[in-house]
Design a protein around this ligand. Structure first.
Ligand SMILES: *Cc1c(COP(=O)(O)O)cnc(C)c1O
Length: 393
């Protein structure tokens, strides 16, 4: 054998610790852009069996995380994306063609709304926005070319609920699919597939990872549909990277203990706020005055309703600012779903572009504060809010 230089040899050491035939207690991170093969036979076999080739096509960390999400959502298969938006766009681009029609809940995540209006219109897909509080309005919007009905479980920031079973029936009677965004609720609170949803999308950036340190998204549906979405994601460049997928898997593994805790804390906070003299309204499905209380109790399981809530204080932006400064724990953050409780102010952020009159009709006033509840001790959090609300005295 030739005497190779030690620097070249060093490049080929350590590579046998690949984790494949070892049995690590937890999944290692496969930070590799590709998997190598030794000859044509192996190359053919790998492609024929949809094995691991290039990172954008497949990666073990995405496969592993997908298996966890499929189990949580109760679906056949899941695909992992670079973000929630990557999951949404890749799926819509796969399912929809020129001339198709979509019915979308008018009260929906801002960027999803923009995909529906700005991106789908470029592809010749028409979208009707409907208030999903009224199933008759959805039925009226259905056309022969309606391919997809799209909604979230609970709308931001008013937490209005969609009767998923009824909407799924409407979709299926008309040969359309129902796609549901479960980001706010997570499969720990509700599993849309058990209500008839065909496709579930989660932004893993939020509660499912729960640690505010990674961005990702997932789609859960049938293997047949995943087989169609996967090649499209590969072309659009939206699959998630191995490290984020590995990190998110770590987060998802504790969702079943974090989420009930956060949802319980949210319930407690909602109750305390509802009884407070400076709070005129609290939106949370656990409260007796929640407008869809009966439906909520039918749809949500024993783990809780959700860790999001919103409440209304007097419309005094200066006082609201003082309130935020007076809080010991929660901070303003343009996201949700972390270990820490965070706040947002819809009128100056997510709903800034919506006219005041329309916003008020939706129940969103300049006095509204949205809360993403973390895993703090419920009594500590409630005491912190009560103390900060003194600025309105
Ligand atoms: C954040 C969010 C998304 C988008 O997810 P990203 O991971 O930020 O791309 C979609 N839907 C809802 C309800 C969200 O909160």
């Amino acid at each position: 054998m030739p005497d190779y230089s030690y620097t070249t040899e060093a490049l080929y050491r350590g590579e046998k610790v690949c984790g494949m035939d070892l049995k690590p207690e937890t999944i290692p991170c496969f930070m590799t852009t590709a998997f190598t093969m030794r000859g044509f036979k192996e190359v053919q076999e790998t492609y024929a069996t949809k094995g691991y080739t290039y990172v954008r096509t497949r990666n073990p960390n995405r496969t592993a995380l997908g298996e966890v999400i499929s189990c949580l959502e109760g679906g056949e298969e899941s695909l992992i994306f670079s973000s929630g938006m990557g999951a949404i766009t890749s799926t819509l681009m796969t399912l929809l063609e020129h001339g198709d029609h979509v019915i979308c809940n008018s009260n929906i995540y801002g960027e999803t709304f923009e995909v529906m209006t700005k991106v789908l219109s470029k592809c010749g897909v028409e979208v009707s926005f409907v208030n999903f509080q009224n199933n008759e309005d959805i039925a009226k919007a259905i056309r022969p070319e309606t391919k997809l009905i799209y909604t979230e479980v609970l709308s931001n920031p008013t937490l209005t609920l969609v009767d998923l079973r009824a909407v799924a029936d409407l979709a299926h009677q008309n040969g359309a699919l129902l796609m549901v965004d479960n980001t706010f609720t997570t499969p720990i609170a509700i599993r849309p597939i058990t209500f008839g949803a065909d496709i579930v999308i989660n932004s893993l950036t939020k509660f499912l990872n729960g640690h505010s340190d990674a961005i990702g998204g997932s789609i859960t549906t049938t293997s047949a549909l995943c087989d169609k979405i996967q090649p499209m994601a590969m072309l659009l460049g939206t699959p998630g990277d191995p490290f984020s997928s590995w990190l998110i898997q770590r987060g998802v593994n504790t969702a079943s203990v974090r989420m009930p805790q956060a949802m319980h804390t949210a319930e407690k906070l909602a109750k305390v706020l509802a009884a407070h003299k400076h709070v005129s309204r609290v939106n949370h499905p656990s409260l007796p005055d929640y407008p869809q209380k009966e439906l909520a109790d039918q749809m949500f399981g024993k783990n809780g309703y959700c860790a999001m809530l919103s409440f209304i204080v007097p419309e005094d932006l200066e006082k609201i600012d003082q309130f935020m400064l007076a809080l010991r724990f929660p901070r303003y953050a343009p996201t949700l779903g972390g270990l820490h409780t965070t706040l947002s102010h819809p009128v100056t952020s997510s709903h800034m572009g919506v006219p005041d009159e329309t916003r008020r009709k939706m129940g969103i006033t300049p006095g509204m504060i949205r809360v993403s509840v973390g895993i703090e001790d419920p009594d500590d959090l409630a005491a912190d809010f009560e103390n900060a609300l003194k600025v309105f005295d």
